[in-house]
Write a protein that binds this ligand. Structure first.
Ligand SMILES: NC(=O)c1ccc[n+]([C@@H]2O[C@H](COP(=O)([O-])OP(=O)(O)OC[C@H]3O[C@@H](n4cnc5c(N)ncnc54)[C@H](OP(=O)(O)O)[C@@H]3O)[C@@H](O)[C@H]2O)c1
Length: 182
């Protein structure tokens, strides 16, 4: 199979949170410049892999190809709104070979369990945006290990990714972006 490239995308707070304590994205983690960057990333990807809740909350208006993680899937199953995948029933290598037999770029926008899963599978690139100065106490962590005091950056570095320079997506907040690459 040709190369599959896995790209993670997240916007986090200073305390490495992707959502608030109720599981919703707080306004402070919504940013137009970051959204535009993320959408461009999805446009240049062959497939978006996301959790069921994120899928249900954000339908894909442009009809991009989606793979939705859910325990309700018997393995890998085509439904009208995309491919439904259960990683406990079918390993990633087999699932992605069915989805993208010629390889391609895969975007992974979470949520937390999906980000965790791909820490194990391996990110080739992680686009890590941060709303600087924002804290979301008690919120949902980017990776579950962040709840044990591990920083998002340390976890990416441990998996062999290295940071690029800090770019500013929106100077008003500011929202910064660091692209981590293998
Ligand atoms: N700041 C950011 O960058 C960012 C990124 C992503 C999400 N978010 C926010 O976080 C919240 C949603 O994230 P979330 O973590 O609550 O939900 P989610 O990942 O979108 O969906 C969770 C569901 O996905 C399925 N799933 C996930 N991992 C699985 C696995 N390994 N095996 C089988 N099924 C799996 C399960 O569905 P079943 O129940 O059907 O089994 C699970 O209930 C939203 O508010 C969203 O906007 C923010």
């Amino acid at each position: 199979m040709s190369k599959v490239e896995v790209h993670g995308y997240a916007i986090i707070s200073d305390d490495d949170r992707i959502a608030d304590a109720s599981g919703h994205t707080p306004e402070a983690l919504r940013n137009d410049a970051d959204w535009a960057y993320f959408q461009a990333g999805l446009d240049s990807s062959a497939l978006t892999v996301l959790g069921r809740l994120g899928h249900e909350a954000n339908p894909s208006p442009r009809g991009r190809l989606r793979m939705i993680l859910s325990s309700s899937s018997p393995g890998l199953e085509r439904r009208p709104d995309g491919w439904w995948w259960n990683p406990e029933k079918l390993p990633w290598d087999q699932a992605i070979r069915t989805m993208l037999p010629n390889g391609g770029r895969v975007a992974v926008p979470g949520g937390r369990r999906v980000f965790d899963l791909f820490l194990g599978i391996g990110y080739d690139t992680f686009h890590l945006s941060r709303a600087e100065g924002v804290r979301v106490p008690g919120g949902v962590a980017l990776f579950s290990a962040c709840d044990q005091g591990r920083g998002a950056e340390a976890l990416l570095a441990e998996r062999g990714l290295r940071p690029g320079s800090r770019l500013i997506l929106d100077p008003a907040v500011p929202v910064s972006l660091v692209i981590w690459r293998k």
